[in-house]
Design a protein around this ligand. Sequence first.
Ligand SMILES: NC(=O)C1=CN([C@@H]2O[C@H](COP(=O)(O)OP(=O)(O)OC[C@H]3O[C@@H](n4cnc5c(N)ncnc54)[C@H](OP(=O)(O)O)[C@@H]3O)[C@@H](O)[C@H]2O)C=CC1
Ligand SMILES: O=C(CO)COP(=O)(O)O
Length: 338
Amino acid sequence: MVKKVAVLGSGSWGSILANMLVENGNKVVAWTNMEEQAKELNEKHTNEHYVPGFTYEKDLIATTDLEMALDGVDAVLFVVPTKVMRLVAQQMVSVLEKNGAKPIIIHASKGLELGTHKRLSQVLEEEIPEQNRSAIAVLSGPSHAEEVAKKDLTLVTAASADLEAAKTVQELFMNKYFRVYTNNDVIGVEMGAALKNVIAIGAGALHGLGYGDDAKAALITRGLAEISRLGVAFGAKPLTFIGLSGVGDLIVTATSVHSRNWRAGNELGQGMSLQEVIDTMGMVIEGVPSTKAAYELAQQKNISMPITESIYDVLYNGKDVKSVVADLMEREGKSELD
Ligand SMILES: NC(=O)C1=CN([C@@H]2O[C@H](COP(=O)(O)OP(=O)(O)OC[C@H]3O[C@@H](n4cnc5c(N)ncnc54)[C@H](OP(=O)(O)O)[C@@H]3O)[C@@H](O)[C@H]2O)C=CC1
Ligand SMILES: O=C(CO)COP(=O)(O)O
């Protein structure tokens, strides 16, 4: 059945998912806060800053008018950076209260809210009253906009406490190159998504420092161990961390030149300052705030996360990347499974 979908956030991931939903036969409106970007998408069918060289479906409509985007909507897909998720949800609710729509709410963002440390579905649940929505679901997994744009094969997970909602999301997104599994472990899926970005910054930093494949494999493996520890302490199922939204997304983000988090780490490893990295990226680097949130959550629950602590020291305490790697290596010997 053709659905009307509003995609909130027209950056690299939002615009490519919006395009794919048009390909899948839906009526899609991509909402952006930039008039020029809406004009470019509508007139040239491009989004040069975010996905250079890509031509979007002609039927994709872009707008800065939230009322128009949400008129008669069946599904709303949030793909804005974590730091504005709450604000955008509030904006959406004020429109839904007027137009009476009760859409399924999906988000495809990856992060933990600074200050509250909340997962994004928790933020959405808090901000969107039940009378303005049906279920809340999460779309997550190893998926770079640059590769989905090329219709490269991509497998992801749709997670919701409501299995029917997860199935609805599966049906909405699935096609010949984009395969969607369902999962009911929302905590595990969202924690894996947010925390893999932290480890990806570390993997990029190792690359920037000139370390080889042994070091990167070790970082990914030990990184997975510590993000699973934190996730499980907050109620995630351990098995989710060896699924697409766990190790799958960790592998792609910690090894791909497409990853903004990996690239940020690489530049830090090559000696750039954090401010220079942020200023030149031009896109969101979710791992930076998520490192702070993860560090604080680990302290709160007394969970050992040595890699996250080291990345935190580099990002927030100005420590030198090379010296934190040396410190990690020189810690006392440990049992692998503790
Ligand atoms: N890129 C990817 O391949 C993937 C990204 N993700 C996740 O998706 C989320 C978005 O990432 P991505 O698309 O890469 O980010 P980008 O930086 O490419 O785009 C973010 C978009 O959000 C917009 N935005 C920022 N603030 C607001 C606001 N207050 N109201 C409306 N729009 C706003 C930005 O607009 P402006 O230009 O005006 O700032 C921009 O268009 C992140 O959580 C990321 O982790 C998940 C999987 C893959
Ligand atoms: O989540 C992603 C891939 O699955 C995108 O990661 P980056 O934000 O690091 O580009």
